[in-house]
Design a protein around this ligand. Structure first.
Ligand code: KIV
Length: 272
């Protein structure tokens, strides 16, 4: 069976919903800069997420909380300049949408206007419903994010699997239904039991993209630097590493340093 059911020249929210209906899995990866986005887009990814994980991966912060709206706009506009085919989702950072739907709308408008991103992603369920509705009312596509929501890390206290208990699982199911009803075009489910994720995906018509949510969802997302093996200290069970770039890049850098020190680089052909 072919993994591709239909060729898309350009991915839109409509194509993503259609892919789910056709049983085609959706592939999503993060990117925060021009060069990486170009490689990921040319490889044929469906969605690039300009995630607030840039706070960890690019800036070295311990959590996603410090990244600002200006910084997200900088990352998103770099990605937008690179892509030709994929759909781009941009995270609204912590403090730019919670508890104030007017602020949420103006944050989302800044992302759309100043970066050229195609949509925004917000973490949370019923507590952010008003913000989601107001953003949607401006014609801005919204992706939800439930389960482990890293912007609430100080409320949870840990990055362990969410919604293992019935009460939290039921709340997650209600939130997922609500986000679909409000008009979200898709949903990320992070670090929840695969049985629950499958049940949620089957109960919705919008695509559910999982990270640590098993194989019963409509697509998968990983942080690109993790799947390339650049962040070797991070090893959750759900992560599949496709390369060991930490080691490979280290080897290349060591060779370069040696070549400079030994005067092997540049040679006669490598100069004017
Ligand atoms: O910011 C991010 O990279 C994310 C993914 C983990 C889904 O939200």
């Amino acid at each position: 069976m072919s993994a591709l059911k239909k060729e898309y020249k350009r991915i839109t929210t409509k194509s993503l919903v259609e892919m789910k209906a056709n049983g085609e899995k959706i592939a999503m990866l993060t990117a925060y800069d021009y060069t990486m986005a170009k490689i990921v887009d040319h490889a044929g990814i469906d969605i690039i997420l300009v995630g607030d994980s840039a706070s960890n991966v690019m800036a070295g912060h311990e959590t996603t909380l410090p990244i600002t709206l200006d910084e997200m706009i900088y990352h998103a506009s770099s990605v937008i300049r690179a892509i030709e085919r994929c759909f781009v989702v941009v995270d609204l950072p912590f403090g730019t949408y919670q508890g104030n739907s007017r602020k949420a709308l103006s944050s989302a408008i800044r992302i759309m206007k100043e970066s050229g991103g195609h949509s925004v992603k917000l973490e949370g369920g019923e507590e952010i419903a008003e913000s989601v509705s107001r953003i949607l009312s401006a014609g801005i596509p919204v992706m939800g994010h439930l389960g482990l929501t890293p912007q609430s890390i100080y409320k949870f206290g840990t990055y362990t699997v969410r919604a293992k208990e019935e009460e939290e699982a039921n709340q997650l199911k209600r939130d997922a239904k609500l986000l679909e009803k409000l008009g979200c075009f898709g949903l990320v489910l992070e670090k929840v039991p695969s049985k629950l994720a499958k049940e949620v995906a089957e109960s919705l018509t919008i695509p559910v993209i999982g990270i640590g949510a098993g194989d019963g969802v409509d697509g998968q997302v990983l942080v690109t630097h993790d799947m390339l093996g650049m962040t070797h200290e991070f090893s959750p069970r759900f992560l599949r590493r496709y390369l060991d770039l930490y080691t490979e890049m280290g080897t290349a850098f060591k060779s370069y340093i040696k070549d400079v020190k030994t005067r092997d680089f540049p040679n006669k052909e490598e100069q004017y």
